[in-house]
Design a protein around this ligand. Structure first.
Ligand code: CFM
Length: 548
């Protein structure tokens, strides 16, 4: 990574980001805007409520549960219990893909199931309508499973989705019906929904099918949701390396795979934020260790494969992994060698989710670019500072809202895949067993780390740093592009992807090259360029703003 001495003084930037806020708000935001030091990682305020009135990038608990964690499984009928608007955004907009094994296999991803709550249901209760909807879905599709997702009004009026699910499950006998209390307001962001989803998947699916599967090196891929086909590329690599994927959580997955997932011998976690709870619970109940990996970036993919081979401690697997890397890397290198001279020295900003703002920095590093500022929308301190800080995180009222499952070793199925001594030896070799060192350790000194970035702050950052590319989502895309800076969507990948693995890295290099070197951006004048008003005076802006 390059030095960032030519960047503005980060303390001056920080001051500028908060100076317009009322004193109380400025004080609060200051704790979430941090000047990084990878040696002595400073504390970041994260996973706290957004200040009312500030526009940020966050979503809701229902989005995290239904949209993120459960959405990508293909053969569960996911019914949204709520008004129709909540369902609109649950329908294909995340670009999570799936591939059935045959044309007759169940795939409900293209459908949108909703109870379409009306005023009458809100006033007199919606359970009757919910049960009717479950019955209708069962009669039409005969699915193996139906899951119910609660939206805000469900919690407000007290519909019992769990009782309704249980009643229907017992009535059908051959369909696993269960519900989630993932009302949008349950937490400060979609992160609460991830936790609720993990609990439900663990309680209602994992461990129900003990059929042993073939394969010498069996693993689950946790926290990979197959956006733009990412999971397909990882599956390709696993297969080539001789690894057997039992289940992914939950990109391109089926209920059968999830029910059988406790038969694997290792959980690898890509997105720590959304699924770390599952890793911990499966370790306690079944004795399966978890390990942080990342298949975002060619180097990271190679590193992750080597870590997996070390875990299984098998020479044949090591050799196979090396053969895969040796075969894949030259193709990646040929592309990067051609692109690198055009991207080296450029700058990027990444503000997205709870994991990609970290992972995608690897791809920018491979492009010779520097990440000058980054942050998550809804991650927790451990995703920034590393899991070592977990014991020091204060549990506030918002977190207490979410059920913490009491998990014990299973009397029959608990089987530690590695002894304590073996795990220690692996850690000594540098394998992050049950660990994650977070985003900040990897970022340069004096780069900016901002949690739950506000819209105002993003405009200021662009104005001050003028980055070559800004990475965020659809809500930011056109505002940023109108400022003359290309925006890459790191949620949906715009229309691109996959970006994981070796082939994904090549796709990403090409897409970013096209964006940062496109002359069209120089033809757009940002507001401050039009007026030359960099001194804070905004006269001359085309839009009229309310001024104080
Ligand atoms: Fe994990 Fe995700 Fe992300 Fe996420 Fe998301 Fe997503 Fe994301 Mo959008 S699970 S935390 S809740 S990697 S939908 S696939 S891109 S914000 S950075």
């Amino acid at each position: 990574m390059g030095t960032n001495t030519h960047f503005p003084d980060p303390s001056v930037v920080k001051e500028e980001l908060i100076q317009k806020y009322p004193a109380k708000v400025a004080k609060k935001r200051a704790k979430s805007i941090i000047i990084n030091d990878p040696q002595i990682i400073p504390e970041v305020q994260a996973n706290v409520r957004t200040v009312p009135g500030i526009i940020t990038q966050r979503g809701c608990s229902y989005a995290g549960c239904k949209g993120v964690v459960l959405g990508p499984t293909r053969d569960i009928v996911n019914i949204v219990h709520g008004p129709i608007g909540c369902s609109f955004y649950a329908w294909m907009t995340r670009r999570n893909q799936t591939r059935t094994e045959s044309l007759t296999d169940a795939n409900y991803i293209p459908y949108c199931f909703s109870t379409d709550m009306q005023e009458e249901n809100v006033v007199f209760g919606g359970e009757k309508k919910l049960k009717q909807a479950i019955q209708e879905a069962y009669d039409l599709f005969h699915p193996k499973s139906i899951a119910i997702f609660s939206t805000c009004p469900v919690g407000l009026i007290g519909d019992d989705v769990h009782a309704a699910s249980k009643e229907m499950r017992e009535k059908f006998g051959d369909c696993n019906v269960f519900g989630f209390s993932c009302e949008g307001y349950r937490g400060v962001s979609q992160s609460a929904g991830h936790h609720i989803a993990n609990n439900g998947v663990f309680k209602h699916m994992v461990g129900r099918d003990n059929t042993p599967s073939e394969g010498k090196f069996k693993l689950n891929l946790l926290g990979e949701y197959n956006i733009g086909g990412d999971a397909f590329e990882i599956e390709r690599i696993f297969e080539k390396a001789g690894l057997t994927l039992i289940s992914s959580f939950s990109g391109n997955s089926t209920i059968k795979q999830l029910e059988n997932s406790h038969m694997a011998d290792l959980n690898v976690i890509q997105c720590h934020r959304s699924i770390n709870y599952m890793g911990d619970m499966m370790e306690t109940k079944y004795g399966i260790p978890w390990m942080k990996v990342s298949f975002v970036g060619a180097e990271s993919s190679a590193k992750s494969l080597r870590k997996i081979a070390e875990y299984f401690d098998d020479d044949e697997l090591r050799a196979q992994v090396e053969a895969v890397i040796a075969e894949e890397m030259p193709k990646v290198k040929a592309v990067i060698d051609e692109i690198l001279p055009r991207t080296t020295g450029k700058t990027a900003m990444l503000f997205v989710g709870g994991s990609r703002a970290h992972h995608y920095q690897d791809l920018f590093t491979e492009l010779g670019m520097t990440t000058v500022a980054a942050g998550y929308e809804f991650a927790h301190r451990d995703d920034y500072e590393g899991r070592d800080v977990l014991p020091t995180i204060k549990i506030d009222a918002d977190s207490k809202n979410i059920e913490e499952l009491k998990v014990l070793p299973d009397p029959e199925l608990y089987n530690p895949r590695k002894t304590d001594a073996e795990l220690e030896a692996l850690k000594e070799k540098g394998l992050e067993i049950n660990g994650y060192s977070g985003m900040m350790q990897q970022m340069t000194k004096k780069s900016l780390v901002v949690d739950d970035l506000s819209h105002y702050e993003s405009e200021k950052l662009i104005e001050i740093y003028k980055p070559d590319i800004f990475c965020a989502g659809i809500k930011e895309k056109y505002v940023v592009q109108k400022m003359g800076v290309p925006l890459k969507q790191l949620h949906s990948y715009d229309y691109g992807g996959p970006y994981t693995g070796f082939e994904g890295a090549v796709n990403f290099y090409k897409d970013i090259d096209r964006m940062v070197n496109n002359p069209v951006w120089k033809l757009i004048k940002a507001p401050w360029q039009k007026t030359g008003a960099t001194n804070g005076k905004s006269k001359g802006l085309e839009a009229s703003y309310v001024t104080q």
